[in-house]
Design a protein around this ligand. Structure first.
Ligand code: ADP
Length: 261
């Protein structure tokens, strides 16, 4: 059942099928990949395709378990329990997507554990409830293995509770389709931009932590399509966001000018 309102997502392999299998088999899914490669778009596409409500949580280092499960809030002089996004998805069914899960604090992983094995339960200590996840509940988490350092990596005991899928930047043919569709750029200009992105990506590792993302390419395409000169667009969307080092930025601009100048 393909919902016509599903946000546009260009598959790069069999990820949509894998997602559907995981959903029907009630398996939690871990998406690995660099920022801006389409993980969030993929999840919202699949949620719409499966007709499921989606709760998205952007994890950060202050995020605690109660931000996910809920808390008692003062309402008109009374304290009332308010479900957090994870509890809402467990109570009512649907997808809960924890974006950048490694950023979250340790107590968050503890909450995930009983939900990610065959118990599929969420204990709420504060209300004394033990919620059983309905058949249409699914937990999806993502992280960027590129950013990992010793203090922030997913523990094997957590990773091994998920099936996992690696999403990289789309191959040129698919990325071209995405760029054209998302920015409105004509094919010829979009092709030149994709070639440039792949040249810039080859520089990754030398001085750059991350390569140009599909998201940044789309931003660049939108600026160009709106009439901004190409070199200015490329500086704003492809160079400045990638590095604060002047020499690195000069090097990137050189490559760009050699292509478009
Ligand atoms: P992530 O969650 O991995 O950081 P996003 O899902 O936010 O990345 O993707 C960033 C942007 O890149 C999207 O808004 C979309 O414009 C584009 N994009 C990347 N991959 C795809 C894809 N496979 N299909 C459609 N759009 C994509």
């Amino acid at each position: 059942m393909l919902d016509v309102a599903a946000p546009y997502y260009e598959p790069v392999g069999h990820e949509c099928e894998l997602f559907e299998y995981a959903f029907h088999q009630k398996l939690p899914l871990l998406l690995k990949g660099p920022t801006g490669c389409g993980k969030t778009r993929f999840v919202s596409h699949m949620a719409a395709r499966l007709g499921l409500p989606l709760q998205t949580v952007a994890c950060h280092d202050d995020l605690t378990a109660s931000d996910l499960t809920g808390r008692f809030l003062l309402q008109g002089g009374e304290t009332v329990w308010t479900d957090g996004p994870l509890t809402r998805a467990v109570r009512n069914g649907g997808l809960c997507y924890l974006d950048e899960v490694v950023e979250a604090r340790k107590d968050v992983t503890v909450v995930m554990h009983p939900l990610t094995d065959d118990r599929r339960v969420l204990p709420l200590d504060r209300t004394g409830e033990l919620l059983e996840a309905p058949d249409d509940f699914m937990l999806v988490a993502s992280y960027n293995p590129g950013y990992q350092h010793v203090l922030k990596s997913l523990k094997p005991s957590t990773r091994q509770r998920f099936i996992a899928l690696e999403l990289g930047f789309p191959p040129p043919e698919q990325e071209l389709k995405i760029l054209i569709r998302e920015s409105g750029l004509p094919r010829e200009k979009a092709t030149a931009l994709i070639n440039l992105a792949n040249r810039l990506r080859e520089l990754k590792g030398q001085d750059l932590e991350e390569g140009v993302s599909t998201r940044l390419l789309v931003y660049c395409g939108r600026l160009i399509q709106a009439g901004m000169p190409i070199l200015q667009s490329a500086r704003a969307a492809l160079v400045e966001p990638l590095s604060d080092d002047e020499d690195v930025r000069d090097g990137l601009m050189e490559t760009i000018s050699a292509t478009f100048g």
